[in-house]
Design a protein around this ligand. Structure first.
Ligand code: ZN
Length: 401
């Protein structure tokens, strides 16, 4: 019996000793192989009823005692935000937002990978994502790059509907949408002149002037006038989608030619059909020529002096001396009706709500804003409010300059 008792104590010792001596101390854990490490960790976890918060807290305390700050930071974060791979879309947005070059992106990816956080997708994924942001049918010649309005609008609509997928899911019965956009053109001069030998005519081959036609999506609404997407910063150049960029000087003939070209394209715009969950969403387009400056407006309305009102052609002296608001002087010029102005503007100009006194003030305000060209702050009466979009669009130009 005495011997047998001794035997049991020895067995107990054999069972306990490898755990007590080898399992707990840190050195042994660090020296252990991969499998033993897993075993030791799982044993510790089971011992504490797999309570993750407790173990994390314990790791924190023990790390603080052993002054391993790296571990503290790591275990602090694991509870809240574990590293997760970045989606190609998000990575591409990050890439564009910071104006990265390909090499810079690869370097950032490599550095984070070296520090144990391989979360960036490969550059080839970024390149794929970039291609998705490009409308089909871009034509390039040596002095211009352009895309048809139909292709650009189709692409814009498809990207907006893709982005607002959740909104379409919630509304569920979206079948017809209208994409409201503003468009226009402007020229800029005084760029560096490089000695480029272009094969086109000498007079046109100057690369110091640029003429850009662009569109800005403003709003997308469905058949019940519910807003699917709203451009919250219509003044931002971020939403400016170029239709044509050309090395051309802004001249009267070019402006009229471009206007005609855009009018034709808008007239022939087709519906865009977007496939959405076995259904189709039809998108029609509603464009407004509001992305223009005073110079273009005057040319399009045939106003020779920028002192005169571009809508009715009234001169400053006429605006000051005419008392009767219904005078023939204030009748809109015939071709201004043809301009695709927002309906509200036309309604307001026709409506008798405006009293003669206010009308007179309106006339002089529009004359002022025309003369000063960018002075939007004065426009706080009715007519100027309706011109808000037009005036706002001038801001990106100012930023660019
Ligand atoms: Zn007028």
């Amino acid at each position: 019996m005495w011997l047998a008792g001794n035997m049991t104590i020895r067995l107990f010792d054999i069972n306990e000793s490898p755990q007590k001596k080898g399992g707990r101390p840190k050195l042994t854990y660090e020296a252990a192989g991969k499998r033993l490490k897993i075993k030791l960790a799982s044993e510790l976890a089971i011992e504490n009823q797999n309570s993750t918060p407790l173990l994390l807290h314990a790791a924190n305390i023990s790390a603080r005692k052993s002054t391993e700050n790296e571990v503290i930071k790591k275990s602090d974060r694991t509870g809240l935000l574990a590293p997760s791979p970045i989606t190609p879309e998000k990575a591409f947005a990050f890439f564009m937002e910071n104006g990265f070059t390909k090499q810079q992106y690869i370097n950032v990816k490599q550095l984070s990978k070296q520090h144990g956080c391989d979360i960036y997708p490969s550059y080839s994924k970024i390149a794929e994502e970039k291609l998705k942001c490009r409308p089909a049918g871009i034509e390039c010649t040596e002095n211009e790059a352009k895309v048809s309005m139909q292709n650009l609008l189709n692409h814009t609509a498809s990207r907006i509907l893709l982005m607002q997928k959740e909104v379409c899911e919630i509304l569920s019965d979206v079948t017809q949408c209208t994409l409201i956009f503003s468009y226009g053109f402007d020229g800029s001069t005084g760029h560096s002149l490089y000695k480029q030998k272009l094969s086109i005519a000498e007079s046109q081959s100057l690369d110091d002037s640029l003429f850009v036609t662009s569109i800005i999506p403003i709003k997308m609404i469905d058949q019940k006038q519910r807003v699917i997407w709203l451009n919250k910063s219509p003044q931002s150049i971020r939403f400016c989608r170029p239709l044509k960029i050309a090395y051309l000087k802004e001249t009267t003939s070019l402006i009229l030619e471009e206007k005609e070209n855009l009018d034709n394209q808008i007239k022939n715009l087709d519906l865009y059909v977007h496939a959405f969950q076995s259904n189709a969403i039809f998108v029609k387009f509603d464009g407004h020529l509001t992305l223009i400056d005073g110079k273009v407006l005057n040319i399009l309305t045939g106003t020779n002096s920028c002192q005169s009102c571009p809508m009715c052609g009234a001169k400053p002296t006429q605006l000051l001396t005419t008392i009767d608001f219904y005078s023939k002087i204030f009748v809109m010029k015939p071709h201004t009706d043809q301009m695709p102005l927002p309906a509200e503007v036309v309604d307001l100009l026709d409506s008798p709500i405006i009293s003669p006194g206010v009308g007179h003030k309106n006339g002089s305000t529009s004359q002022n804003s025309c003369a000063e060209d960018t002075d939007e702050e004065n426009g706080n009466d009715d007519v100027s409010d309706t011109f808000e979009i037009e005036l706002e669009e001038e801001v990106p130009d100012d930023i660019e300059n």
